[in-house]
Design a protein around this ligand. Structure first.
Ligand code: NAG
Ligand code: NAG
Ligand code: NAG
Ligand code: NAG
Ligand code: NAG
Ligand code: NAG
Length: 506
């Protein structure tokens, strides 16, 4: 039983051009690897020392070898640790800084900023900085989800990769002038995060994103999670060295000079996406405006293996209630085993944790009433998720879950504007950190695919079926609309979130 997730977010800029020389795409695609330069990033002042070859060898953004692209291309976390670099330990430990956990009712409505802040600090308490940043990211992600939810039909499934969007926006902030940067920090919640401790400054965010990338996208932990941030720039636009250096240092992305009018560009970019997402995302770029000046691509791909696999022969067609009037017949998988679950009586829902190998889980929140989805969507927050995780009990359960596959495609500009991120998309956008040319972000595409199917071994699970007496079993039957989160427990990262209203629809 495996789950496959892939997401592409695409952002593009249009500009009035000027001449410049940056690395030509042909060298990028032909994988002749020029000097890696990201870690000479003096502009940022404090990019930690990592051997120059490290990223060349261990990230996929820097080469386009389409053959033999395998796990070896991924970061070897153990190697980094044993190499004695403390960069990847620092900040993963609990901060000694005693972030005060105010003694107030943090479950009260966050009607004023003081309550909101107190609540945030309470959540931060005892957590590493990386976890804290991910709490801020989750706050943003849930709000973005709500904004998107309001724009789609009630019967539509939803899939978002909040972490990918936060990472992409962190990268965009490097290119923003002061005002634009401030807006990104505010809307994405980075400002609140930075403000939480006197030990943090603005660059802490970028450093932590670098670390998050290493933590999430490492290999040998039983799952595969891949991400790429690619920056393509029109050949004739001048990109500042500092921006180039910083995107590479922190986000493993290096601007590549391209001719957007050349059909070969689309072909190559699509082949790359196809390859990285293992064929899950096909030709996401149908056409590109030849006047495009800067394009940012962020992809996430996840393939997990359940800790307890679902035996294939237990899968049967059953009814799934889409709403009060509609049922669909879908393949429902069944398993019995020890699963963590919680009951949330306030939000009137039940929560099931389905673990994958490697500290990552799918959390399923199932409203008890079919009409309860809206309230759940309204209320979901890092505080709520934290409460769920703390409230889990371990029992032998029978779990019934539909197979499903989602493919979603969003233009998020409207939603981000609604959330206050307006500067990037207006004519007076300030991208002075990136270029002295006039640019404006006019295309931001977020595309995702998630497949829950039954690839993988079935045999191991067989022994788990049917050996517990019925009286000790608790059934968790996911037969009506539910929310799900793909959650990384060590970093508290909401990697993906979405809802399944109708598993028979893409
Ligand atoms: C909602 O569904 C209706 C009917 O299927 C369709 O006409 C409409 O465009 C949809 N709205 C959105 C926002 O997708
Ligand atoms: C951090 O960024 C914000 C917004 O861009 C800015 O107002 C603030 O002065 C910056 N702080 C530091 C310490 O650089
Ligand atoms: C930053 O923290 C101080 C208290 O330390 C608070 O008064 C202020 O409102 C906070 N600012 C933001 C933007 O959160
Ligand atoms: C730069 O590229 C754009 C879009 O391809 C084109 O319209 C423009 O003429 C180019 N400018 C120069 C100076 O080459
Ligand atoms: C579970 O959550 C409820 C709030 O809904 C709380 O009152 C209760 O103490 C929690 N139980 C545990 C074991 O954490
Ligand atoms: C649940 O309990 C079983 C049996 O005691 C144990 O093997 C398993 O590790 C527990 N699972 C968790 C997540 O605690």
């Amino acid at each position: 039983m495996q789950l496959l997730v892939a997401v592409v977010s695409v952002a593009c800029l249009l500009v009035s051009p000027a001449l410049a020389a940056i690395k030509d795409l042909s060298s990028h695609f032909s994988h002749s690897n020029p000097e890696p330069r990201g870690f000479q990033a003096k502009a940022s002042g404090d990019v930690e020392d990592i051997p120059l070859d490290f990223h060349k060898e261990n990230t996929i953004t820097n080469d386009l070898v389409f053959d033999g692209f395998e796990d070896a291309d991924y970061i070897d976390f153990d190697k980094i640790l044993s190499a004695g670099s403390d960069d990847y330990i620092e900040g993963d430990e609990i901060d000694e800084i005693a972030t005060p956990a105010p003694d107030i009712d943090i479950f009260a409505e966050p009607s004023d900023p003081k309550i909101r802040r107190a609540r945030l600090l309470r959540l931060f308490h005892g957590r590493s900085r990386l976890q804290r940043l991910n709490i801020a990211n989750a706050l943003f992600g849930f709000n973005l989800y709500r904004s998107l939810r309001n724009d789609v039909n009630q019967s539509d499934n939803i899939l978002l990769a909040p972490a990918g969007i936060s990472i992409a926006m962190g990268m965009m902030s490097l290119g923003g002038g002061p005002g634009t940067q401030e807006q990104i920090y505010k809307v994405l919640g980075f400002a609140e995060f930075v403000n939480a401790s006197s030990h943090y400054d603005n660059s802490t965010v970028h450093k932590l994103f670098r670390k998050l990338t290493h933590r999430l996208f490492r290999r040998n932990y039983g799952y595969t999670l891949r991400s790429v941030n690619d920056v393509y720039v029109n050949k004739n636009v001048s990109v500042k060295d500092a921006f180039r250096a910083e995107t590479k240092a922190y986000y493993f992305a290096e601007p590549q000079s391209v001719d957007f009018g050349d059909p070969a560009f689309l072909n190559k970019a699509n082949r790359r996406i196809l390859k990285i997402t293992k064929g899950l995302i096909r030709e996401p770029l149908k056409s590109v405006d030849p006047n495009m000046v800067l394009m940012l691509l962020n992809y996430l791909y996840f393939k997990g293996t359940w800790e307890q696999k679902f035996p294939k022969e237990m899968t049967h067609y059953r009814n799934f209630r889409v709403n009060d009037k509609t049922n669909v017949r879908v393949p429902m998988m069944t398993n019995k085993g020890n699963y963590l679950a919680a009951a949330d009586h306030e939000l009137d829902c039940d929560i099931l944790q389905l673990p994958y190998s490697g500290h990552i889980s799918m959390l399923i929140a199932l409203p008890r009433k079919i009409t309860g989805m809206r309230n759940l969507e309204q209320e979901i927050s890092p505080t709520v998720v934290n409460k769920w995780l703390k409230n889990m009990t371990n029992r032998t359960r029978e779990v019934v879950l539909p197979r499903f596959k989602l493919e979603q495609n969003y233009d998020l500009i409207v939603n981000l504007k609604e959330m206050g991120l307006t500067d990037l998309f207006q004519d007076d956008a300030d991208f002075s950190g990136m270029t002295s040319d006039k640019v404006v972000l006019n295309w931001l595409k977020h595309q995702g695919t998630i497949t829950v199917n039954e690839e993988g071994t079935e045999a191991a699970a067989l022994t788990q079926v049917g050996f517990m007496p019925l009286s000790s079993q608790i059934r968790f039957v996911v037969d009506h609309p539910f929310l799900f989160l793909i959650y990384e427990h060590r970093t508290d990262c909401v990697v993906f979130m979405g809802r399944v209203v109708n598993p028979s629809q893409n």
